[in-house]
Design a protein around this ligand. Sequence first.
Ligand code: DAK
Length: 256
Amino acid sequence: MAEIQITKKEGYALLTIDRPKALNALNKDVLTELKAAISELNSAGDIRVVIVTGSGEKAFVAGADIASMKDMTADEATAFAELGHSAMNRLSDSGMVSIAAINGFALGGGMELALACDIRLLSENAKMGLPEVTLGLIPGFGGTQRLARIVGQGVATELILTGDMIDASRARELGLANHVYAPGDLLNEAEALAQKIIANKSRPAQRAAKAVIQQGLDLALIAGLQKEIIEFGELFDGPDPKTGMTAFLEKRKADF
Ligand code: DAK
């Protein structure tokens, strides 16, 4: 792939947006490759965690590619937004746990890519924002919906209507950043988290937990709780609950 690098490790993979001259901005080609890369990793079967990051030291992703959007017709803009949504949804709905390792600017479509990930780790020099209104646009890859679900309606409305950029410590205050690290530590910490997620944990249990958390956010509490009951019960159709609980009672770690 020309603009996406995939590096496979033991049980996890790094997916790097590699277009540093344009600060990794997302054009049609990058989004198409991103979709293909996510599908490839998801169907490989042995990849449980995907770390998404940007090439270079300046940017995670500085947004959708402004040069390629400038002269779009309404139909082309709609098709572009649909492509972006389908890439973000493929990541968000995948059976893998996704970690955004945000190594610099995550603006517009770049912030939306980070919002589509399950977990966000920021370097101390990271900056996040949705500056679309300054360009005559609104966020077009899911930002209006995902940001409000993560930080609440009031903060999301303020950030989107002002287009303000926030730094890593504000992102942590808002719950947008799970953790903030020194730039040189970011990828190592992301890999350590990937390894922690994998080690001695049940994959079916993690998949069920991710699905229930995500789906529950779009449901009434009572319906989300009902989903939890169903998923809890269904896990007992597989071997992992017995494997995990037997290991506990035998005072050892489970080997799923
Ligand atoms: N698109 C294209 N090129 C970009 C870019 C972007 N988003 N961001 C940076 N670049 C390019 C610059 O043009 C420059 O190219 P050259 O001049 O070297 O050829 C190169 O990357 C380096 O950037 P700078 O020279 O500007 O670097 P600085 O350090 O001075 O500034 C910056 C860094 C990140 C503050 C600045 O580059 C910047 O403000 N970039 C734009 C950030 C931005 O506004 N991002 C949001 C983009 S809008 C929708 C679908 C999607 C979306 C909306 C609607 N529908 C279809 C409805 C999403 C929209 C967005 O994401």
